[in-house]
Design a protein around this ligand. Structure first.
Ligand SMILES: Nc1nc2c(c(=O)[nH]1)N[C@H]1C(S)=C(S)[C@@H](COP(=O)(O)OP(=O)(O)OC[C@H]3O[C@@H](n4cnc5c(=O)[nH]c(N)nc54)[C@H](O)[C@@H]3O)O[C@H]1N2
Ligand SMILES: Nc1nc2c(c(=O)[nH]1)N[C@H]1C(S)=C(S)[C@@H](COP(=O)(O)OP(=O)(O)OC[C@H]3O[C@@H](n4cnc5c(=O)[nH]c(N)nc54)[C@H](O)[C@@H]3O)O[C@H]1N2
Ligand code: SF4
Ligand SMILES: [Mo]
Length: 906
């Protein structure tokens, strides 16, 4: 029986800010979500993604029952858990017996909970006996891990969120916080509005919405951060803005660095970075004169073949100025995923072990083996993500277990990843949503519980551990990850170590936590004083929190002692190295990739909420207007984007937020929403030598216009996930196909496709049948000579489905009639005439929803600005920006743009 009005305090499952949420539910279904006013990460705030969590998770997209494929080429069919896990245990045991433990691998995720992570780690290293356990954090945080460890001695971000608010000078490098860590950005906006003297510097090749808060934006050339940081240090030294005492007392290695940065003169650096001498000098001065200096960084530094060098070069600046271990100061890496930190803590990168230990360290291996009661842990180094999929491709990995990540969308060099997955003899995918690209390759597909349905803990960017609480049961037969992993391990044990007591006698997530936490005893991250009960009574806590502690630790290294052998922090003198793919005639553009405000990664969850497509509806490549002109491209033209590894067809748009010579494509599109394996078909697998993190931000590309005159547009209301699944395969026949959702109260599936010639009539007939425009109350017009065809289905006086074939000029007009619920005389007249262009003058509308909470369009905001409204006026008049605030930076940008009247991007 559902019991209404229940509230469960939990956390948001998206970014590393780690906001607390209050889940409103009836014990069966999640009905709403609010920010938790008592959670110290967000104090009640949520961003556009967090506040729409309850609108996501369409059951038609969820995994409900295990599915098994009994041979390549066969279809998967439903099975039960017993059979599924027994089968998996047999295949793994057989593979290990025949080819050794390193012939299997686990590829897991920063979105798992700490307890899930721990179970996988023990499974891989203690039971299977392989270090082949890596996670998507390899694509995300591994450069920061290396940076912290080699510069400061341990993988521990020393700061907290209040330090950000208290700092006098903030350097935001390679982070688009406004989109990727919005609630923290809200906190920063507020702090700066209270203390306008606070200075904000943004280092990003693009002018992002984060720049709305910047006193200084350095649009450096892609990948040149190391040169910039050395150049800043050069000036700091020259001007005497370094802290000699701090360097002498608490660090080592400064002399070598001094020697290196001598060559990084302002002129050289300005040249390498493509910025002015004045701006470089201004940046160094802001840092050098600031009473407190804090840096925030994210993927613009980490996802680089020089990721480790970028991290350490930035930390150098803090050590040289003594700006660490005090309020408002320190090098603060923002974590991407909600539990990227938990993964690092439990040792879920192949080179790590639980409790911030190293797999290559014999003493560490011994400690963990003893604690687990096994003879030894494996010595052979484990494979890292890129190496792992290479090994799968080469046939060396014969059984692969993937959990909570979608490598067939998110890894670079997708063509190779798809080949690898297709060829792997046994692929298990443990997923909450069965719609992902990776699920396609699963021989065994296991339905996982997801947000609101599982118990455990996560650690956010500021080392704060929160208790994640279950609000409702998982749908159908979906199970929590720790339970799946543990039960698989229990079935594998008798096959691999018969007769021995179980290593996996866990009945709850809490039992896993209790076992795991003692592996952190006396380590830098000591969690021994924590328990679920303490988290419930005292709220989320920051580690270290050793036994006997009454509270967590907000800031590290206040005493200048570092967890290195001699207690000193280490300067690193790595020279600047350019990104791997140099600009050359065949690939003259550098492709940068990253996040959108309202989407999450491969969109398995956000892609089920139509309104989250209101801000950006489809994949579009951005180019500087000069590059467009040079190639004679118009906004909206379909282009072929080519890299050394693959190509993709998308529309193009002009964007003066990026510099000439560069291009930008959001990372979110994979093969499902866009034909052609998505953004990462273009990116390169080259990685940093120490962190093995791939260079996802700088791929060499070229673009050219493609001529695909036969176009199709379709829109169909309702039942979107099922229609998506049925229609998507038909669009393989088209050269270009993009699928998206639209609408708020009445979600619709929207499809755009194009090809060189008209497709087979039978294909179109199949599409029509699935759209429901083949029969019933449908107005139709066909012009066989011009191969133009129009179909509109009208029910109760409203459009419910549209299909335009041949030419699609009327699509914006029709879509707006649909969204307004109109089917007027104009429509009927237009439909029954050979004309395909819409009647009357088309108003050029961007169709973009700026404010998702209050449903305010960009057009409405621009019209308000044209009427003379300022930010407060717009808030009062239109309501935009008054709820989650995620749209405020963009509204400010529009306010600052001269001549904003009505946006005219077609
Ligand atoms: N909305 C949303 N939020 C998210 C996520 C999401 O999918 N959607 N994902 C989460 C995850 S897992 C992560 S890791 C974070 C990522 O958060 P961010 O790293 O902030 O996001 P990105 O957009 O990937 O990249 C940040 C910026 O790096 C810049 N950049 C590119 N190359 C360089 C360079 O060479 N130097 C410098 N200085 N900058 C460069 C890009 O232009 C981009 O603006 O976001 C988290 N939050
Ligand atoms: N070009 C380019 N590529 C990138 C990046 C980039 O900036 N540019 N960024 C990289 C970064 S930083 C990251 S972190 C990766 C992210 O890449 P992925 O890890 O592939 O991203 P997600 O789509 O979040 O995948 C998580 C999967 O877990 C599923 N899931 C959700 N909850 C649960 C659960 O509780 N249990 C289980 N078992 N499954 C669940 C989701 O449905 C989803 O399919 O992408 C990387 N790829
Ligand atoms: S900032 Fe947004 S996405 Fe990140 S945890 Fe908070 S609500 Fe979730
Ligand atoms: Mo990430």
């Amino acid at each position: 029986m559902p019991t209404p009005n229940q509230i469960t305090a939990s956390t948001c499952c998206y970014c590393g800010v780690g906001c607390g949420v209050l889940i409103e539910h009836d014990g069966e279904k999640i009905l709403g979500v609010k920010g938790d006013p008592n959670h110290p990460a967000n104090f009640g705030k949520l961003c556009s993604k967090g506040s729409t969590l309850h609108l996501t998770g369409d059951l038609d997209a969820r995994g409900l029952y295990p599915q098994l494929r009994l041979g390549k080429g066969l279809a998967r069919s439903r099975t039960d858990w017993d059979n599924a896990l027994e089968h998996a245990a047999n295949v793994f045991a057989e593979t290990i017996r025949e080819h050794g433990p390193d012939s299997v691998a686990f590829y897991i995720s920063g979105q798992l909970l700490t307890e899930d992570y721990y179970a996988f780690n023990k499974l891989s290293r203690a039971l299977v006996g392989t270090n082949n356990i890596d996670s998507n954090s390899r694509l995300c945080m591994s450069s920061a891990v290396v940076g912290y460890k080699r510069s400061l001695g341990a993988d521990a971000p020393p700061c907290n969120y209040e330090d950000i608010e208290q700092s006098d000078c903030l350097l935001i490098a390679g982070s688009n916080m406004a989109y990727a860590h919005p609630v923290l950005f809200r906190r920063l906006e507020e702090a700066k509005s209270k203390r306008p003297e606070m200075k904000v510097i943004v280092i990003d090749p693009r002018r992002t919405d984060t720049c709305e808060l910047a006193d200084l934006h350095l649009a450096i050339l892609p990948g040149t951060d190391v040169a910039l940081f050395h150049g800043i240090l050069h000036i700091l030294m020259w001007e005497g803005w370094i802290d000699r005492d701090y360097i002498d007392q608490h660090t080592e290695g400064f002399d070598a660095l001094k020697k290196l940065v001598r060559d990084y003169t302002p002129g050289t650096v300005a040249d390498i970075c493509g910025i002015s001498l004045e701006n470089l000098q201004a940046c160094a001065e802001l840092i050098g004169r600031a009473p407190s200096f804090l840096s925030l960084w994210c993927m613009g530094l980490n996802q680089s073949s020089a990721g480790s060098a970028k991290n350490s070069a930035l930390i150098n600046l803090h050590l040289a100025t003594g700006q660490i271990g005090k309020p408002g100061a320190g090098p603060f890496s923002l974590t991407g995923q909600p539990n990227a930190m938990g993964g690092r803590e439990t040792g879920s990168l192949s080179n790590l072990l639980p409790g911030h230990r190293d797999a290559a360290n014999a003493e560490h291996r011994g400690e963990v083996a003893t604690y687990w009661g096994v003879d030894a842990l494996p010595q052979t180094p484990g494979l890292t993500a890129i190496e792992l999929f290479d090994a799968v491709h080469a046939g060396k990995i014969k059984a692969l277990w993937i959990a909570c990540t979608n490598p067939a969308q998110s890894m670079p060099d997708q063509n190779k990843v798809h080949e690898a997955l297709a060829a792997c003899p046994f692929v298990v995918v443990q997923e909450a949503f069965f719609t992902t690209e990776t699920c396609h390759y699963a021989d065994l597909l296991l339905p996982a519980a997801s947000w609101g349905e599982k118990d455990g803990t996560v650690t956010n960017s500021e080392r704060r551990v929160s208790h994640v609480r279950r609000a409702v049961p998982a749908p159908a037969e979906a199970r929590p990850d720790w339970a799946i992993t543990t039960e698989f391990a229990q079935r594998l044990e008798p096959l691999l170590r018969p007769g021995l007591p179980s290593l996996f006698a866990f009945d709850s997530a809490e039992m896993l936590f209790e076992e795991y936490k003692y592996l952190t005893q006396n380590r830098d991250l000591d969690l021994c004083g924590l328990s679920y009960a303490i988290l419930d009574h005292q709220g989320p806590q920051q580690w270290p929190f050793p036994a006997g502690a009454s509270q967590g630790t907000p800031r590290l290294y206040g005493d200048g002692r570092f967890p290195t052998d001699n207690g000193r922090a280490q300067f690193h003198a790595d020279p600047y190295r350019a990104p791997k793919e140099k600009r050359e005639a065949r690939f003259p553009l550098t492709l940068n990739t990253g996040r959108l405000r309202d989407q999450w990664h491969g969109m398995s969850r956000t892609g089920t909420a139509a309104r989250l497509f209101g801000h950006v509806e489809e994949a579009v490549l951005s180019l500087h207007p000069d590059e467009m002109r040079r190639r004679r491209l118009q906004a909206g033209d379909l282009i072929k984007v080519r890299s050394r590894r693959g190509s993709l067809i998308v529309p193009v748009q002009a964007d003066d937020a990026i510099r000439s010579g560069q291009a930008y494509l959001p990372m979110h599109w994979g093969d499902r929403f866009l034909k052609g394996r998505g953004t990462n078909v273009l990116t390169l697998p080259a990685f940093d030598p120490l962190s093995k993190q791939p260079e996802l931000k700088h791929a060499g590309i070229e673009v050219e216009k493609v001529d695909l005159p036969w176009q199709l547009f379709a829109l169909v209301e309702g039942d979107v996930q099922r229609r998506f699944a049925a229609l998507r395969p038909l669009f393989e026949e088209f050269a270009y196909a993009s699928l998206t959702l639209a609408g708020r109260e009445r979600p619709a599936l929207v499809i755009r496709a194009a090809s060189a010639v008209a497709p087979d009539a039978s294909l179109l007939a199949q599409v029509d049948a699935l759209l429901g425009v083949d029969a019933g109350p449908v107005l139709a017009y066909d012009d066989p000579r011009r191969t133009v065809g129009k179909r509109v289905r009208i029910e109760d006086g409203r459009i419910v489905a549209i299909r335009l074939a041949g030419e699609t000029a009327a699509r914006h007009w029709l879509k707006s009639l649909w969204s307004e619920g109109k089917a007027d005389a104009d429509l009927r007249r237009w439909l029954l005439a050979p004309l395909s262009t819409p009647p009357g003058a088309m108003s050029a509308s961007s169709g973009k929803t700026l404010c998702n909470c209050m449903n305010v369009s960009e057009d409405a905001v621009c019209a308000g600005i044209a009427r003379g409204l300022d930010l407060d006026g717009l808030k009062q008049g239109l309501g935009c920006g008054t709820s989650c605030g995620s749209c405020v930076p963009e509204i400010k940008r529009l306010l600052a743009t001269p001549s904003v009247s009505v946006a005219t991007n077609a």
